[in-house]
Each structure stands twice: as C-alpha cells, then as structure tokens.
Design a protein around this ligand. Structure first.
Ligand code: JB2
Length: 207
C-alpha cells in the first residue's frame, strides 16, 4: 500500500481515485489549475506544489488527466515530474485482467473490465479504459488512450499519442501510425500511415 497524489481533478481522476482505493492505496490529494468540487481528495494546489520546494513527502503520482485528442501534453508533464524525483507506478485496477507477459511503461493505467493479453507492450502514460480489450502481441506507443469498450485484435500496433475512440475495432495485425484519432465505433481494417482523424466502417480519413 502506498500514498498517492493524483495529477488532475476531472472525470478521469475520479476513476483513477477509485482504482487506487480498491487496490488498497491512499490518495492524499490532487493537483489541478483549479479546485474541483466533485473531487473526493483534498485539493493541494497547482502542479507547482509538486515541482517547487519544499518537496512533497509523497513520491508516488498517477496521471488523473485523461485525453480525447493526440496532444502529447500529459506525457510532457509526466516527464517533468519524473525529473523532479516523482515515480509513476503502473496501476492495474483490481477489475482489469492483465496477463503476466504484458509489459507496461511508467504511468500507464488499466481500468475495470479492461483485458490486456499476453505478449503485449504498452508504452508510458497509456490508458486502457473500462472494458477495453488489447489482445495478444499488440504494441502501443506512449500516451495512447484505448477508450471504453474499444477492441484491438491480436498483433495491432498504435503509435504515440493515439486516441482510439469508444467501441472502435482494430482488426488483427493493423498498424496505426502516431498521432491518429480513431473515432468511436470505427473499424480499422488496413494500415494507417498518415496522422489524422479516421471515422466509420471501414475507417476513412476526414481530417
Ligand atoms: O497541467 C495540468 C492540467 N491540465 C489540465 N496539471 C494538472 N494537475 N491538471 C490539469 N488539467 C486538469 O485535468 C483540468 O483542469 C481538469 O480538471 C482535468 C481534466 O478533466 P476533464 O473532466 O476535462 O477530462 P478528463 O481528462 O478527466 O477525462 C477525459 O478523458 C477521459 C479518459 C474525458 O473526456 C473522459 O470522458 C475520458 N473518460
């Protein structure tokens, strides 16, 4: 059991908070540009309270900032805080299934109902969200969000900053390059090698 501070105070932060408590950890507070009325933990201030002196006695952080775009901002923040001496342990919610031969980069979280299957590698600061499936031998870069109920079949790869929308399906073995958004419910049936926004079945680029 560890003490954690959550970075961010929005909706994703609340999900992460529950996951930590269910695993037996304690949340001592959260940082955010503004106090959030709905947060369950005490508001500590902006991220300056972590980076500035005096240093927080709590060294374990979790990114509570979610993502719906390809912005790399949350990864940059993780790197800055790591340089300040903080750790970002991997968090697998009690209700997720993550096979033993899965490797996860720092700051990655898997939420309740997520299934991550053998041979898969998740990068840093990834989110495998509620009820998402990442099947065997997939490769996810850094800062990839697989949203609720999305399915990555075996051998799929998704590049850095990828945003896979809720309920999307990526069929076996497809490769999606960095900085792509796959819209909710889309079906990706062939490789994507240009950054952009892809929607529909089969998925087509709209931007
Ligand atoms: O640099 C930052 C920063 N930038 C934004 N540092 C800190 N400590 N906090 C930051 N934030 C805060 O993240 C915002 O002020 C806001 O409180 C929070 C983002 O909350 P929001 O509810 O807008 O979204 P979210 O990121 O929690 O959730 C998104 O991603 C999830 C994965 C949502 O779209 C959810 O639907 C989704 N499940």
């Amino acid at each position: 059991m560890s003490d954690f501070i959550i970075v961010g105070g929005g909706g994703h932060a609340r999900v992460v908070h529950d996951a930590l408590e269910t695993l037996g950890h304690r949340v001592t507070g959260y940082t955010d540009p503004d106090a959030k009325g709905h947060a369950k933990a005490p508001y500590l201030g902006t991220d300056a309270v972590l980076i500035g002196a005096p240093r927080s006695p709590v060294r374990d952080l979790v990114l509570g900032i979610g993502k719906v775009s390809t912005s790399p901002g949350r990864l940059g923040l993780l790197e800055r805080l790591e340089l300040s001496g903080y750790r970002f342990p991997v968090i697998h919610a009690r209700g997720s299934i993550v096979h033993q031969e899965v490797m996860s980069g720092i700051g990655t979280v898997t939420m309740d109902g997520a299934v991550v299957v053998t041979g898969t590698r998740l990068g840093r600061a990834c989110i495998v969200n509620t009820n998402a499936t990442v099947d065997h031998d997939c490769r996810l870069g850094d800062n990839v969000h697989v949203a609720t109920g999305a399915i990555l079949c075996g051998g799929v790869s998704v590049g850095d900053n990828g945003m896979i929308g809720a309920g999307a399906t990526l069929v076996h073995g497809v490769r999606v390059c960095a900085d792509c958004v796959i819209g909710a419910g889309a079906t990706v049936v062939r490789d994507i090698d240009q950054p952009g926004i892809y929607v529909g079945t089969p998925a087509r680029r709209i931007k």
